[in-house]
Design a protein around this ligand. Structure first.
Ligand code: ARG
Length: 267
């Protein structure tokens, strides 16, 4: 995670960003700290990236890389305003002792567009990550990558429209309206028992959630998802990240998951 110390909305690269709306930085910090503390109280380890004043979107740490089996596929951002974040992430991984770090050839915005299950990666395209990054990820991770076409600019990253609830069981929730008809059919075929989110919960960023397989941290306004999650044995953990939503992100966008090979310290 990366604290929103320099979070601002000074440019607009997604429909949620309106530079004329002021951001309450103190409130953004409190909301972000609540999320960090909640992870810790649930027993998770949170590693921190140092925020940079010239990178106001750096709080959205999910976009900086994708880590699977301890292998790190770096990001390459679509917009120049965020280019420099990629290097900051790769530098963090190097310093933390990760050794297999790839600087990508093609545009990919990390976990914004890559979602991981035990059997495959789901990969969004259409607004940010290049379709060419899918083949690159497949070769690098040695896992099948399934490309999905995003068609609604409000859901410009895969993680705004789909969340893996249980990677081992292949359980997901998603908002069909964000995908092309063909990609909807692919999702229905792969995940016939998926939790289907409605427009209201999707617009509240309810799919921008993080599941540890039991707890699902999600925006508090996505109330329509709480019951269905409970019915499936998950515990919804509502969070308020309202200030971060002004940048077009919420719980998941603020969280990059480190899968495998925990950082080796002091070596
Ligand atoms: N303002 C950022 C952008 O448009 C928000 C990124 C949100 N991150 C995410 N994982 N969806 O790039």
């Amino acid at each position: 995670m990366c604290a929103p110390a320099h979070f601002q909305v000074t440019y607009s690269i997604n429909p949620w960003m309106d530079p004329s709306k002021p951001v309450d930085l103190a409130l953004a910090a409190t909301q972000w700290e609540d999320l960090r503390d909640r992870y810790r109280s649930l027993g998770h380890t949170v590693e921190l990236l140092t925020p940079r004043p010239d990178l106001p979107d750096m709080v959205f740490a999910a976009n900086g890389a994708t880590v699977v089996d301890g292998r790190v596929l770096g990001a390459r951002f679509a917009y120049p305003q965020r280019y420099a974040e990629a290097g900051a992430h790769r530098e963090w991984f190097r310093a933390a002792g990760f050794t297999e770090i790839r600087e990508p050839d093609h545009v990919n915005e990390g976990e914004g567009d890559f979602a991981v299950t035990d059997s495959c990666l789901l990969a969004g395209r259409g607004f940010r990550s290049s379709p060419l990054s899918h083949a690159e990820a497949q070769e690098f991770f040695g896992r099948p990558v399934i490309g999905l076409d995003l068609v609604d600019p409000r859901y410009y990253h895969l993680d705004t429209a789909l969340c893996v609830l249980d990677g081992a069981a292949g359980e997901v929730m998603y908002y069909p309206g964000a995908f092309s008809p063909g990609s909807r059919s692919v999702l229905a075929r792969l995940f016939p028992d998926a939790l289907i989110a409605g427009e209201r919960d999707a617009a509240a960023f309810g799919l921008n959630a993080v599941s540890d397989g039991r707890h699902v941290l999600l925006p508090q306004a996505a109330t329509g998802l709480f019951g269905p999650l409970r019915d499936r044995g998950f515990e919804p953990v509502p969070m308020d990240l309202g200030e971060l939503l002004k940048g077009g992100g919420s719980v998941k966008c603020c969280t990059q998951e480190l899968r495998g090979a925990p950082p080796v310290r002091g070596s």
